[in-house]
Structures are given as structure tokens and as C-alpha cells.
Design a protein around this ligand. Structure first.
Ligand code: SF4
Length: 248
């Protein structure tokens, strides 16, 4: 295939298939792994986003056609937008690659899974399309205080707007999930579960990686125990990522 691929390693726990419609990401998260994966300097990667080539949607459609032909009736694999960028960049307001990608996929019977910490106003415009196409909406959220969020994810959307869009999508009937990773302040992550358990259909709980100094100060056994106790108390569906399981 051209632009749809099967993620390897840790990314596989998120999705069996993925596609990056954009390159670069202006959210500028301090923990971002994408520049290292792409052999770029962080400033270069976070300065601006761009479409992944002028013909990215054509290539995407070709892949959707191939995929639809090889799929069996009970195929459940979704295509995740995206790993190396965020599908709701400010540039999405001009290019609408994500919106068009969801529509193209739906035309060929392929389902999409969104993972974003983008602007709620942008996401909101696509909620009716997500509902119609049975797209799942995933939001990355592990901070409860916006000041902490701003420190680590300076240009991404606020905590409040992420909670708002999750609630709105859930109320409309869209399947919602939260990627709780990286966990940097465990107490804030637990607070997110307390706040959002009513309108999040599924939780993926991870840890922090690639930052030995902070990682070593966190009691991962306690965090996992506290998180699962809360999720069980609220009767939530969840998945504990392998990294966190191993750390325990
Ligand atoms: S949203 Fe994702 S790709 Fe964008 S800067 Fe943050 S971690 Fe990197």
C-alpha cells in the first residue's frame, strides 16, 4: 500500500492500520517522538505542518480500494489518523485532509479512528461526518490542569476543550476514547478519569517513556492500581498498555 501502513512495536497497541495525512505538527509537545522517528530536529518538525504530498488523498483512496477488496466481511481493522502528526492541525481548517480522508474511507467501507489533541472547534465541524461514518474519536488527555498541559503541550488544545468535545461527541452517539499517555503527573491523570468517565467509552492507559528522570520518580505500581480501581469503580472499559504492565 502507499500511505496506509501496519504500525510496528508500541504503535501497534494503538491500531493495526494507520495513515499520516500531514507531516509536521504545530502542537509542539515536549515529549513528542515524531521528530526522532522522522530523523528531524524538533523545531523543524513543530514549526509548520504540511500535507503529506499533493496527491496524498489520491494515494489514500487507492489504498482504501485495495483494502476494501482484501477485507473479509467481519473485518474490524480501523485506520488510525495519525501517529506522526495530529489530524486536527490548524492547517486542517484550510486543507480539510482529515475530513476528506474520513469521507473517502467511508465511501470504500473502511472505518477510521481519530487520535487528536487539536482544536475542538475544528473537530466539532466533523462530528456529524464522524457519526455517519462510525468514526471513533480518540483524544489524548492525561493532564487535568491546563497549566500543566500548557507546559508540556504548549500549542495543543486546552484540557477544557478536550473534555467538551468528548462529551459532545459522546452525546451525539459517537464512540469516544481517551489515550492517557504519556502520564507525567499521575494525580492529574486520575483526576481526568474522575471527570470524564461518564462520556468516555474506552480508556487506553500508558506511562511515560524516554524521560528517565521523571519516570524514575513515579510509582507505576501505585498509579496502575489507582487507575484500575477507579476505572473498575466507574465500570469503564479500558486497556493497560504493555509498557505500564511491564513497569509494574
Ligand atoms: S500532537 Fe503528537 S505529533 Fe503533534 S507534537 Fe504532540 S506528540 Fe507530536
Amino acid at each position: 500500500m502507499n500511505v496506509i501502513y501496519e504500525p510496528k512495536g508500541r504503535a501497534r497497541e494503538y491500531s493495526p492500520l494507520a495513515c499520516n495525512l500531514y507531516l509536521g505538527c504545530t502542537h509542539g509537545c515536549k515529549y513528542c517522538y515524531a521528530p526522532a522517528c522522522m530523523h528531524k530536529k524538533p523545531d523543524e518538525w513543530h514549526d509548520a505542518a504540511r500535507a503529506r504530498g499533493e496527491n496524498v488523498l489520491k494515494l489514500f483512496e487507492k489504498d482504501c480500494v485495495k483494502l476494501s477488496k482484501t477485507r473479509v466481511d467481519d473485518e474490524t481493522r480501523r485506520v488510525l489518523f495519525c501517529f506522526l502528526s495530529d489530524p486536527y492541525q490548524p492547517l486542517e481548517n484550510e486543507l480539510h485532509l482529515t475530513r476528506q480522508g474520513i469521507s473517502i474511507a467511508a465511501k470504500h467501507g473502511i472505518k477510521v479512528d481519530i487520535l487528536t489533541k487539536g482544536d475542538a472547534r475544528l473537530i466539532e465541524q466533523d462530528l456529524p461526518l464522524m457519526l455517519e461514518s462510525q468514526t471513533h474519536l480518540g483524544i489524548t488527555l492525561s493532564f487535568a490542569k491546563d497549566a500543566t498541559r500548557k507546559e508540556w503541550e504548549p500549542q495543543a488544545s486546552t484540557v477544557q476543550s478536550r473534555l467538551r468535545i468528548l462529551r459532545k461527541a459522546h452525546d451525539m452517539g459517537i464512540y469516544t476514547w481517551v489515550s492517557m499517555e504519556p502520564v507525567i503527573v499521575p494525580q492529574e491523570a486520575l483526576e481526568v478519569i474522575r471527570k470524564a468517565h461518564d462520556y468516555v467509552d474506552f480508556w487506553k492507559i500508558g506511562k511515560l517513556n524516554h524521560n528517565k528522570e521523571i519516570e524514575s520518580k513515579i510509582d507505576w505500581v501505585k498509579f496502575r492500581g489507582d487507575a484500575t480501581a477507579l476505572l473498575n469503580q466507574y465500570e469503564c472499559d479500558y486497556y493497560i498498555k504493555e509498557d505500564l504492565r511491564k513497569a509494574c
